[in-house]
Ligand binder design. Structure first.
Ligand code: SF4
Length: 255
């Protein structure tokens, strides 16, 4: 495995062809086109901790933002990232439709680590209904996710060079090939998936061994937790309880 110090991609903050937020062109570093697949292959052997250490070194505290959903993987990432850098920036997308247990988990994590989670939200539910009618999540869930998640996500990432996600390859078929580091074309910046190769057991081992606060809905049959309208209990580790009965598996942030 290559030492962390040897995996250097140039200056602390990459120059991006489209230095903003949006569907940027090819990723560049130091003004030169780079192949994200080659970088991902180089970083693949690194552990979650090593990846996050590397990302802090590469993008700096301000350039790296951690997206958290207050599910079990968020608990792990918060615990690791905060132990490396207590000034790490964490944010969440508040759809105004999260479970009370999720908000309570946010508060427990904030208290345990002394974190001020940055909150991003779209228009109010009342405004959404006025503009698009009632129950948009039932009629057009992609549009609802676009308003309540994707647009706030663009705002959240507007001052970042790299964001960190808690997705794992075992989450679903669509995530099975997720690299640990990638160029995120949708949002126009780099993306780190430090838990990509973690198993469900590893996640729980880390939570238990470090007494990390976690969302109690996981103990009540919810392997994956999103908005109240679109989340149900499900078997095993699957994301089948999300958008149950619909041909929809992602909200548009991770795929
Ligand atoms: S998960 Fe459901 S309620 Fe939440 S933003 Fe998406 S469609 Fe809307």
């Amino acid at each position: 495995m290559k030492p962390l110090a040897e995996i250097t991609l140039g200056r602390p903050r990459p120059f991006l062809e489209d230095e903003g937020n949006g569907d940027a062109g090819a990723p560049t570093l130091d003004g030169k086109p780079v192949d994200p697949d080659e970088l991902a292959a180089e970083l693949e052997p690194l552990s979650a901790r090593e990846l996050i250490e590397w990302a802090f070194e590469r993008f700096g505290t301000d350039g790296l933002k951690f997206a958290v959903s207050f599910q079990k993987t968020s608990s792990v990432i918060i615990d690791i990232a905060h132990s490396i850098n207590p000034d790490a920036r964490f944010f969440y997308l508040d759809t105004d439709l999260l479970f009370p247990e999720t908000y309570a988990t946010r508060d427990r994590l904030a208290e345990r680590y002394g974190i001020e989670f940055e909150r991003y939200a779209g228009i109010s539910l009342e405004e959404q209904e006025r503009l698009h009618g009632a129950n948009l999540w039932r009629r057009q869930p992609d549009a609802c996710c676009g308003i309540r998640k994707v647009e706030p996500m663009r705002e959240a990432l507007s001052d970042a060079s790299c964001w960190v996600s808690g997705i794992r390859r075992s989450d679903s078929q669509t995530r099975a090939g997720a690299p640990k580091f990638a160029w995120d074309r949708r949002f126009g910046l780099w993306k780190l998936n430090p838990l990509a190769d973690w198993t469900e057991q590893q996640v729980w081992n880390h939570i238990q061994e470090n007494s990390v606060p976690y969302n109690p809905l996981h103990d009540r049959g919810y392997p994956s937790i999103g908005c109240t309208h679109c989340t149900m209990p499900a078997a095993g580790e699957s994301r089948d309880g999300r958008w149950f009965g619909l041909d929809k598996t992602e909200c548009g942030i991770n795929g």
